[in-house]
Structure formats: C-alpha cells, structure tokens
Design a protein around this ligand. Structure first.
Ligand SMILES: [Fe+2]
Length: 215
C-alpha cells in the first residue's frame, strides 16, 4: 500500500498497540445548529445522518458520523460572549484535516471563496501548506496538505535548521498560488515556502505571521 493509501485507510498498520486507530468524530454544543449544519454541508459536503429535536449527526465520508451537534437554547450564547475568542488564548486551538494534494486544497479554496467562505490564515508551515477556516461557532479547522511526497520526508522537516529558524512558517496568497496552478505550474513547486508570495512582495514569516486575526 502506498503511504497515501494507508493514510486514506486510516487504520495504518504499525507497532502502536496502545494508540487508537483514528480520530472518529467531535461533538459541539451549539446555539447555531442550523447554521453549523449548512456550513459543514457547504464546506465538506456533509450529509445529515440523524436529526432530532436536540441532536444533529453529520458525516462527510465513510464514517457513520464525523460531527455531532447538540443544540442548546439561544440565550446560552449570551452567557459566553467571548466563547469564540477563547481558543486564541487557552484550550483546544484547532482541528486539522488532511487533503491529499495541493490541487484539491486549492480547488476547495476556490469553491469556498465562491460561496463567500474565506480562510482566516494561509500559511506554509514548512511540513504542510495550510488554510485555516472557522466554522460559524468560531471552531478553527486547518485544511492541510503535506509538503513532501512521503510522511517520512514531511516528518524529517521537523529536524531541519529551516524549521528551527522558522517553526511557524511563511504566509502565502492563496489567489496567487491558485493562479500559478491554473497557469500550469508544477504542483510540487507550489509547496515550497515562498511559492505563494506574489512577485515584488516580501513574504511574512515566523512570528510576523501572528496577528489578532491569525492568532
Ligand atoms: Fe495544525
């Protein structure tokens, strides 16, 4: 099995007896159940696999459910007015989902842009090229593609001097990267840090990439 097939199959064979086989789902208490359901339907093509007066279960692939939404009364939102900002300072920051090619990632970027859904951060981390989005409740999702052909090569990047010098990465302009893909550039070239910096611009790197929006 090629490494990417193993990744797709999720239950990757290996000597990790104590580890779970894969991440199955997450569950969110939300006062915006309809809005959340529509967002995931648009973004991941999610389908409702169960819905009742309190719960919505969604899936977007072979799993029986990937996301469950537990409805809470609307007033609960007002008890936690800063809930969507909490992740900027404490607790779970984001969930990362994998795309197996830069073409698929950029196709998704283009499709979502057409629906008025834009990333909050576009950054080449070194090991991955990542677009960060936030769902209607402010839960952050990283859409990532590995920058190297194998998991081993991507993992090896963590040991390089380049990663030591710049562990956060290099921001990119997704429109420019998309334009490069559409004009026929080799997709592998788009995964190099700086590949998404338009000519004449200076790339924003490492800690300079952190702003209130991207934090
Ligand atoms: Fe991440």
């Amino acid at each position: 099995m090629a490494p990417q097939d193993e990744r797709t199959a999720e239950r990757t064979p290996g000597p990790w007896d104590e580890a779970p086989d894969f991440v199955a789902h997450w569950v969110v208490k939300t006062a915006r159940r309809r809005e959340m359901t529509e967002w995931y339907a648009t973004v991941f093509g999610a389908r409702v696999v169960h819905e009742d007066s309190e719960l919505t279960f969604l899936s977007w692939d072979h799993e029986h459910h990937r996301l469950a939404l537990i409805g809470v009364p609307g007033f609960v939102r007002f008890l936690f007015p800063f809930a969507r900002y909490r992740r900027k300072v404490y607790g779970v920051d984001h969930l990362a989902v994998q795309f197996l090619s830069i073409e698929k990632l950029l196709d998704t970027y283009e499709r979502l842009k057409g629906r008025g859904i834009d990333p909050v951060w576009a950054i080449n981390h070194g090991p991955t090229t990542s677009l960060y989005y936030e769902d209607p409740d402010g839960i952050r999702l990283e859409f990532q593609v590995d920058n190297f052909p194998t998991i081993e090569e991507t993992a090896a990047f963590f040991g390089t001097e380049a990663f030591e010098k710049n562990p956060i990465g290099t921001m990119f302009d997704p429109d420019y990267l998309l334009a490069r893909l559409r004009r026929g550039d080799d997709p592998a070239d788009l995964l190099v840090p700086g590949a998404g910096t338009p000519p004449g611009q200076k790339p924003r790197t490492n800690k300079k990439t952190i702003t209130w929006k991207t934090l």
